[in-house]
Design a protein around this ligand. Sequence first.
Ligand SMILES: [Zn+2]
Ligand SMILES: [Zn+2]
Length: 304
Amino acid sequence: MTFKINILGCGSATPTLRRNPTAQVVNVLERHFLIDCAEGTQLQMRKFGIKFQRINHIFISHLHGDHYLGLVGFISTLHLLGRTKDLHIYAPEALGDIIFSQLKASKSFLSYHIEFHPLTSQKNELIFEDNLVTVHTIPLKHRIYCNGFLIKEKEHPYRLDIKAVEAHKIPIAWYHRLKKGEDYIENGVKIPLSTLTLPPVPSRSYAFCSDTAYHESIIPIIKGTNLLYHEATFLEKHEARAKKTFHSTVKQAAKIAKKAEVKQLIFGHYSARYKNTTDFEIEASSIFENSKAVEDGAEFSIDF
Ligand SMILES: [Zn+2]
Ligand SMILES: [Zn+2]
């Protein structure tokens, strides 16, 4: 029941020796999602032991270079490694032209198919769904069109209380209906669900909020999420700069975490002007205690 986030890059604007710009891999129940793909992402994946061909879905927040300039290189490497599986890319519409015109210019014919899913909506929408997991956009407030992503497990089934089920002689054919949340009714006899089952384990969620100004509209979307990654480009003393560039201060990120009642906040996308993250952690925890500055290579698990 894995739900794990690997931070591949958490700097902003340009790659430095210390930090790569934004990229993360989320493993949710063995679905491996790549979120953003800055320059250098492939090398970071090699460094941190991420297997390239496990990535089947890529989500790109916006078209500033520090969030996608590694993508065409990654696409090309997947071809050179002999990929045959489809690759799904969810990104602002214009990225489709960028990818396909680069491939065309180099007369590259890929060994696999890219299914490009253009994002255009300004509203929170469902963009991926399978039997266990959903991904929704989180519309953000940035200089250009930008989305975060909310990755959620679907509701888990009710758990059979085997002793109770056997004591009431419930036919096995009924088990799947109990798991779905139905009361047992047969020949006019009703045994309530609560007698026969234990509540489902809570479903877990991860919210990735890439570049954004302070934006309270995201609060209802990320309410109660287990883990929130929110950008924190600046310290409070540079709040004016944050406002001008449509970024957030770390205190603003913490305020969002508090108002949204998330369980834990992690933050990154630091401006290169800061030498370390000590002041970021002090400012964040003054507002929201369970918060942590990330670094490249950090790993976070969401447990039950
Ligand atoms: Zn950025
Ligand atoms: Zn940006």
